[in-house]
Design a protein around this ligand. Sequence first.
Ligand SMILES: [Zn+2]
Length: 312
Amino acid sequence: MNFELTILGTNAALPIVGRSPSAQVLQIHHHHFLIDCGEGTQLRMLETGVRHNRIIQIFISHLHGDHVFGLIGLLTTWHLSNREAPVDIFAPEGLEEMIGVQLESGHTKLKYPLEFHPIDTKRHALLFENEVAQVFSLPLDHRVPTSGFLFREKQRSDNIIPEKIETYQIPVEQISAIKDGADYILPDGRRIPHQELTVPAPPPRSFAYCADTRYRKELIPLVKGVDLLYHEATFLDDNKDRAHRTYHATARQAATLAKKAGVGQLVLGHFSSRYEKIAPFAEEARKVFPNAIAAEDGTRIEIPAPERGLRE
Ligand SMILES: [Zn+2]
């Protein structure tokens, strides 16, 4: 069961050759979630093989252009390709008007249902859930109302041990109840306990997206122990005053947050165009938190599930 992040854009503010503005796709099992949608997102999806038709939920952190200017293009492409599946957009207040003006100007009436869900950017709250995941808002500190996103995979049912089906001749229609915790009663009345028939499913995985924002210590308890943290690092530490003034963070600050929150892995992005090379971002971060990388456009990070859970 997949849990994989594809980073489509890594530049701040504007596109440069090889670095597009922010956009990512998180795949959890067969669900694809789009996170931010900067200019060029459609092309980056084509280049990386992301199947954008599978996206239903879109999460937009804030309304600065480098996080939303790709959205009208993507929504229009779906319209032109006769999409019927609904689209849900979670974003701070104002996006519906922004998109509405663009659609009305072109007399475009979308062929599929589009619904906007405004986010209260001051609260950490559940925004969305389906059968595989829950998505929570993360209040961030930026020049305009901004929310990060925390994706948590749901705990799955226990796995049945195939040999036990054989041994006890368990009928197929009983298997789902056993996975959910039931014992199995043999035809002669003997009870085989659930624990003997199953192994626990692997522990659920998690990803936190924090952009754009200043270093914010209030995030530490909210992202504690996540498997993967994406944090913006618009600047290196030599520009930390500028980072503060412009409501952004440095690689060192992102790494400090990763360390204090005890996350599994840190990935940096949203690099200012003033930096030609991105290797120094990873170098600066690793001095504080060793398991850090600087993302490139097209970077894929998979969080593998352990083969089998263990019964303690
Ligand atoms: Zn911004």
